[in-house]
Design a protein around this ligand. Structure first.
Ligand code: HEC
Length: 156
């Protein structure tokens, strides 16, 4: 009987930990493992497994940067309208979740309690608002982030 109670307690504790691991630490990501697979399938070829990219070939690093973009309204528009995201063959829910997943996974130091996870609604709105000028926006955004000390110096 005691043994059974102990076991139940342990199982409950493990279940709670698992729930926290998937929902508590990554709000806005319902299944981190699935997002990792989607990333491997659609993004990793250019962005590399750790998000380090090829800065010398114009694929920017996504390490220690993404949450800074996500704090600015124009930065949020950029993260969703950049061609690799905008044109990815995944629906708005998955694009919201993979973006949140990349932010937590590659740029955890840039996430604080003010971070607002992307939702399917926001992604849908931003995809519909695409007007083709988004790459010019990057330079402007990175300059603003650098001026605020929020972009690593060593890369583009
Ligand atoms: C063919 C190569 C390629 C693939 C595949 C690709 N990207 Fe990109 N990505 C780029 C390049 C290059 C940039 C820099 C902006 C530009 O020139 O498009 C970029 C920039 C980004 C950025 C903004 C980072 C920054 O600092 O500018 C995000 C976010 C992003 N990509 C997400 C994705 C996601 C999500 C996928 C997969 C669904 C993906 N990309 C697939 C090449 C790629």
């Amino acid at each position: 009987m005691i043994r059974k109670t102990l076991m139940t307690t342990t199982v409950t504790a493990i279940a709670i930990t698992a729930v926290f691991a998937t929902t508590g630490t990554m709000p806005g990501v319902s299944d981190p493992a699935r997002m990792e697979s989607l990333y491997q399938l659609h993004c990793q070829g250019c962005h590399l497994p750790g998000g380090e990219g090829f800065p010398e070939h114009d694929v920017p690093r996504m390490t220690d940067t993404l949450g800074h973009f996500a704090r600015l309204e124009e930065g949020r528009r950029y993260l969703i309208q950049v061609p690799g995201s905008f044109g990815a063959p995944i629906d708005n829910q998955d694009l919201a979740e993979i973006t949140n997943w990349m932010i937590y996974t590659f740029s955890p130091n840039t996430v604080d309690e003010t971070f607002k996870p992307f939702t399917a609604e926001e992604v849908s709105r931003l995809r519909k608002a695409y007007d083709g000028d988004i790459l010019a926006k990057r330079e402007e955004l990175v300059d603003a982030l650098k001026a605020a000390g929020n972009y690593p110096d060593s890369t583009q």
